[in-house]
Design a protein. Structure first.
Ligand code: AHR
Length: 496
């Protein structure tokens, strides 16, 4: 098969906000305890953070990490995770029906994030709590004043403020599973008043209002409209969350998941602009896709997990080759929508629906999805260019005209490197790519990395961590994409 990809220097989408490559650590399962934090582990540092996990996180180069939830945050008292560890309360955690020891809280996590080279996307509890506790947390984290909460931080050993710039106003408040779920109007009001107090405490912060928990929520659309009508002037972003999966084992349909993500983004952006027009506002509210990933493998096993354990092995999806291709495609969609999506968080980072897996007290390995995320995060920075694909299409899962090829292109800030990310959705056919690079005529391919293989269901495990790893392909005889593969092709200017 053949396809053409047309890229032009003058057809730009947007400068990419690096926060597009964010991730997420929730107090859920073994993300924190046994994941980023395990004092007894042989690689643990002076604060009990696992060094092997830190090394893998650094490879992913995540510029921002959402914390501490997720559903967890809607029942969380942030003060429980501060100060003397010996005095911290052990609590029933209702969202995941687990036991939270509070050994890790914002005091520790801000240090972990600093060591990982990431900012924090901090969520406040708008479930059991409200504006008062949220503004106190902003004071604790960001204030230089000699007032109660800033002094509390100093007493806990942190003279300098943590400087957390971006904050989420709660989590998935539209979902009836959420602790203290709200109607859109109830949430819009609390988000508005909380936002005001948080920004009065620190005017430099940016705020994300909760959008829908996923695109098939019955309230999707009306939720965003109502919430934005209440809080438009006080927020900077609205969130999108969505997880994808292949529960019916229909790979042809699954490979088209990115089309759903694209349509979700475009619908939310249109609603933001509708409210902007309604309000005659000069301000644009952008999008924070702060939970996205593939999540379905662990659904059945999670039903067997005993309640009220510390760090139970929840949401431990083991990802295969086709998941990696889909995940790479979702990243292509985020790049192609980078004019509106400024923040995105792969949910999550370690053990819980994660690219990085550990054994508690033991080994670590990279899941299949680790690789497309790593390469896109490393090479997908700069300016997104339109990548127009001329190719055939197919029908699957009720969708028509699914393009066999999907692509994104990014030119680095110094124009030294043009990265082209491409997915081949042909299940059984290779595809030869003709790339037209207008304005970059003297750029030549220097590297072609692919996630490919015959076995769509191949996975990596602690015993066999290298079943699915990136392949280095030849660039001397044209660009050929293997069937059902994700690819990154790097172009550099030819030396005269
Ligand atoms: O990421 C796992 C969970 O998915 C989060 O806690 C919640 O926000 C979402 O439903």
């Amino acid at each position: 098969m053949n396809a053409k990809i047309i890229i032009s220097k003058d057809k730009t989408i947007s400068r990419i906000d690096n926060r597009l490559y964010g991730s997420f650590i929730e107090h859920l399962g073994r993300a924190v305890y046994g994941g980023i934090y395990e004092p007894g582990h042989k690689t643990a540092d002076d604060m009990g953070f696992r060094g092997d996990v830190m090394d893998m996180v650094k490879k992913l180069n995540v510029p921002i990490v959402r914390y501490p939830g997720g559903n967890f945050v809607s029942g969380y008292n942030w003060e429980d995770g501060t100060g003397d560890k010996a005095k911290r309360p052990k609590k029933m955690e209702l969202a995941w029906q687990s036991v939270e020891t509070n050994e890790v809280g914002i005091d520790e996590f801000q240090e972990w994030a600093k060591r990982a080279g990431s900012e924090i996307l901090m969520a406040v509890n708008l479930g059991t709590r409200g504006a008062d506790e949220a503004r106190n947390l902003v004071e604790y984290c960001n204030s230089e004043t000699d007032t109660y909460y800033a002094e509390m931080r100093r007493k806990n050993g942190f003279d300098k403020p943590f400087g957390i710039k971006t904050w989420c106003l709660g989590n998935e408040m539209d979902g009836d599973w959420q602790i203290c779920h709200k109607t859109p109007y109830e949430y819009g009001r609390i988000a508005c008043e909380t936002a005001k107090l948080m920004k009065w405490t620190d005017p430099s912060i940016e705020l994300v209002a909760c959008g829908s928990a996923h695109m098939f929520m019955p309230t999707f659309g009306e939720w965003e409209r109502t919430v934005l009508r209440e809080c438009y002037d006080h927020v900077d972003y609205i969130s999108l969350h969505n997880y994808y999966g292949n529960p019916n084992d229909d790979t042809a349909a699954y490979l088209a998941s990115a089309m759903d993500m694209d349509s979700f983004i475009k619908q939310v952006a249109a609603i933001c602009d509708e409210i902007k027009a309604e309000k005659n506002s000069d301000k644009t509210v952008n999008l924070s896709f702060d939970e996205w990933n593939i999540w379905f493998h662990s659904n059945e096993q999670d039903k067997q997990i005993k309640k009220w354990q510390v760090a139970p092995p929840l949401l431990e999806d083991i990802y295969n080759l086709e998941d990696a291709v889909v995940l790479g495609n979702l990243l292509i969609t985020l790049i192609n929508n980078s004019d509106r999506v400024k923040i995105a968080c792969l949910a999550q980072l370690v053990n819980v629906i994660a690219p990085i897996m550990t054994e508690t007290s033991g080994r670590i390995w990279a899941q299949t999805i680790f690789y497309p995320f790593m390469y896109t995060s490393q090479h997908g920075r700069g300016t997104a260019l339109e990548a127009v694909c001329e190719c055939g299409g197919y029908t699957a899962g009720g969708k028509e005209n699914i393009p066999y090829i999907d692509s994104a292109a990014v030119i680095s800030e110094d124009e030294n490197e043009l990265a082209v990310f491409v997915v081949n959705r042909y299940l059984d056919e290779s595809c030869s790519i003709d790339l037209s690079l207008s304005g970059y005529e003297n750029y030549r391919p220097v590297q072609h990395i692919a996630i490919e293989g015959d076995d769509l269901k191949a996975v990596n495990t602690a015993d066999e961590p290298n079943n699915v790893v990136p392949a280095e392909k030849s660039v001397s005889e044209g660009i050929i994409l293997s069937p059902h593969s994700w690819n990154m092709i790097i172009f550099k200017e030819a030396q005269q």
